[in-house]
Design a protein around this ligand. Structure first.
Ligand SMILES: NC(=O)c1ccc[n+]([C@@H]2O[C@H](COP(=O)([O-])OP(=O)(O)OC[C@H]3O[C@@H](n4cnc5c(N)ncnc54)[C@H](OP(=O)(O)O)[C@@H]3O)[C@@H](O)[C@H]2O)c1
Length: 216
């Protein structure tokens, strides 16, 4: 697939690298220096390159939004027309110092994004894990007990595209339902972040849902 990365920082840089290693054609965009984008593309190898947000979005089968909430309007403007595009977002609606969700309970960042990019097919995915765990999950992708990754969205076709990317990174995708479920996923991320950054075990943290049948 062709995957455009909008925001090539901790999340976009790592996810783009892993998508490229999984064989996708990746365009890294939206960092403050072109050199950084070129370095990411070089290190990712495969068919990765640096480009503008418009170039990343053009011809993309999936576009990953990975910017701070305060940069969403700017990057969308630079990306241009996203009509019909699968827009996978890991961006959380955080305040300036990343301490609080500024949208919650009655809406979510993903739903607000769908209002901003009206004709895009928004899927919320990848935002529930810290960037620090992504390479480790990829390394362990052949193992049986893959970590879970919840995702949600309103378009089934777009969700299938997201599932491919989720699997390629090494997670076991868990369909949480329609996009409005992002209003539960995003606060859940705050819990994961608390455990990752304030807990004793370090930030390389993922989660796994398991079902247990009750005895007959
Ligand atoms: N980090 C995590 O573990 C994590 C986990 C889950 C969800 N999230 C969410 O994912 C999103 C991305 O987080 P992140 O940690 O990847 O952020 P980040 O490392 O700060 O990356 C943001 C990207 O946007 C670029 N950018 C910022 N201002 C810009 C400007 N004025 N012009 C051009 N580019 C600009 C940055 O450029 P530079 O590269 O030049 O800095 C960087 O490439 C956020 O919404 C966050 O809440 C993050």
């Amino acid at each position: 697939m062709r995957v455009g990365i909008l925001g090539s920082g901790l999340m976009g840089g790592k996810l783009g690298t892993l998508f490229a290693r999984a064989g996708h054609e990746v365009v890294f965009s939206y960092a403050r220096s072109r050199k950084k984008l070129e370095g990411l593309a070089r290190d990712a190898g495969g068919q990765a390159r640096a480009g503008s947000p418009a170039e990343a979005a053009r011809d993309a089968d999936a576009v990953l939004l990975a910017v701070h909430w305060s940069r969403v309007d700017d990057v969308l403007k630079q990306a241009g027309d996203l009509s019909g595009k699968v827009l996978v977002t890991c961006s959380l609606p955080m305040n300036a110092d990343d301490t609080e969700l500024v949208v919650a309970h009655t809406s979510s960042g993903a739903e607000e994004l769908a209002r901003k990019a009206r004709k895009a097919k928004v899927v919320a995915a990848f935002g529930t894990v810290p960037s620090e765990v992504l390479f480790g999950v990829f390394e362990a992708r052949e193992s049986e007990a893959r970590p879970s990754l919840v995702y949600c969205g309103d378009d089934d076709g777009a969700k299938e595209v997201a599932v491919r990317l989720i699997r390629d990174v090494g997670f076991d995708p868990v369909d949480a339902g329609p996009l409005r479920i992002a209003r539960y996923m995003e606060p859940f991320t705050m819990l994961v972040a608390q455990l990752a950054y304030e807990g004793d075990g370090g930030p390389e943290l993922a989660y796994r849902f398991e079902r247990f049948a009750s005895p007959a």
